[in-house]
Write a protein of this length. Sequence first.
Lengths: 338, 398
Amino acid sequence: MSDRLRKYILVRLLLTIPMLLILVSIVFVVLRVLPGDPALAILREGASEEQLDAFRASMGLDKTIPEQYVEFLSGAIRLDFGESMTRDRLVIDEIKTFFPATVELALYSMVVVAGMGIISGAYAAKNRKSPADYTIRVASIVLYSIPIFWLGIMFQMYFGAQLGWLPVFGRLTSGNVPEVSITGLYTIDALITGDFDLFIDAIKHLVLPAMTLGLVLGGAFARLTRANMLVVLEQDFITAGRARGITERALVYRHGLRNAFIPIITILGLQFAALLAGAILTETTFSWPGLGRLVVDRIFDRDFTTVQASILFFAIVVAGINLLVDILYGFIEPRIRY
Amino acid sequence: MSKKGNNSIDTKEELNTTLSEEGIGLLGRFLRGRIWYGAEWYFAVAGATVLIAILLMTLFAPVLAPYDPNGFVAAPFIPPGGGHQLLIVRDSDANNVNIDSLDQQVFGVIRNKNGDKVARELTDSITRYGDLDALALALAAGEVDFAFVDELDESMIPLSVNNLTIVVRGMGTSFPLGTDNLGRDMVSRVIWGARTVMSVALLSALFSSTVGITLGLISGFMSGLVDRVLSLTMDSLYSFPGLLLAIAMVAMLGPGMINVAVAVSVIYIPTFFRVVRGQVLTIKEELYVDAARSLGAKSSSILLEYILPNVIPSIVVVFSINIADAILTEAGLSFIGLGLPPDIPDWGYDLSKGHSFLVAGHWWLITVPGVLITLVSLSFSMLGESLSEILNPRLSDQ
């Protein structure tokens, strides 16, 4: 590792601190400073003044805003989110239960996004201004104009209800419980333990949600791939290759795609936030027991601690992924420096 | 594109429009755009056409909507195309009704003679209040008459009221998009829903553009510490899953049109900020800005009179795409159940309600709002995309 790369990673690591601070502060402002009263939001109208006060005291809401902020921040740093208000367990344990489901959904969706986006984007770039190009471009705009939950419902209706091919709810057939939990990702766990039936069941349940989430984001990704490919295909080495008689297909898919790969992978990493946002709606549609669904469910359960912690956790995950993408980028692309 | 060197002129019409460069009206210039910009022009026009239609629908909702969007105007679950109410009564205890000729196996149709209003009221009183006297009275008064049918078909929905099984069926053209689970007219709900969706989307785009543009101008123009802090904040906000932030805000602020608009707007502030800041950084190095400065123009007038006008084309594009996205986010919030209060007709809300009746086969409840959300969002996207190609041809991949 060169000195410059080490310096880059160090600077990037240090930059994560203010970024995390800002993200936590945004969450704090939304949950504590905005005109809404969490006590009233949780207990609803009709709660007596004593009940409200008791709630505020238990949550530390009776302190001044700066005091609350310090407490909030230190809790976030230590990943100490307190106890769930509706379940008899620590919030961090709740997150540990639900988060792997979101990761599994996100990973498989990522495969759909990358596969569909790169293939159709590269094809559109190769055949620029052809009917195929316009079709792919229009299709990608249409795809990201579809409400993701609606696409999910349509899939449920057609592949689930009508054809009966695939399950439409949950991660596994009810009654099917994995014996051991190593990573929490059912497909990976099943492969490790060699439980083939579990693997098939988990994959079957993954197909529709991952397709839904992947297709909607894949549209946007195809457009980005196309734009990046067009830039690469105009470069001199492509012209030189063409002059040497390399076939157009090899130029585009071998030489072009390889060189467009770095920006494409970076964009894919940065799409992760969008993926998580989409996952919230996908999880709600498919009753997928992930973190997004946890937030939504607990809002209606009025479980303030869990909601607050899950949102904070999302923020931390996003900051972590951005850091990871940037560091990877530093390794692949030696020219980038701060 | 030059007039003479253009060899793509192949139809008489195109030749004419290209030759008559001067003296053509606004319409002529507009139509000529399709030769200049090709597919982008068609995208823009298609998007704009749909949007104008939706905007008109929004403006004239009170005139266009045939019924009150919240009124229980007919039987529930009338499929699209269903209309005048026909009530089919299968009797198991005919004493309540003055229809002696009925027995358990016979299905009778009550036909509506004096327009659909009477039948609608009858359906309402029977299905909602179990009131069969009104039916008997209407029969006696000759407002409706009676016929037998041999068997039930799929379009008939049985309801149990008192000891009778009443079957309701729609026919005719009164409800082109059917009715929902509470017997509300879907056409009216869709029209009034457009008003809600467009208001929220426009409001939120106005909020986020105002804040985003202001901060972007300041950040790009001032540079230094202010710029760094603002940029980092906006980058952080940009990387946060927007829907989650909106969910948290609506959960805290409570339901309501303004609250939802504010929550949605926060997501798109960074987009405006980034575009405007980037543009300002380029434009402020231009010669004419230098010239203005050396002539003694104040910073504020440089910013507002020299820089802002040049940023506007990019803003228009972002604004359009922002609305497309805001519509989807608002629908997502409603789908989760965190959007607007239930008495405001809203596509996302209808969609999420319809989800639970899908298993029973009432497909139109989710299809209609879903298609509309997609269509409107798509139109704004297409308009934004093609405007971006038309207004900033160098930035695009042409």
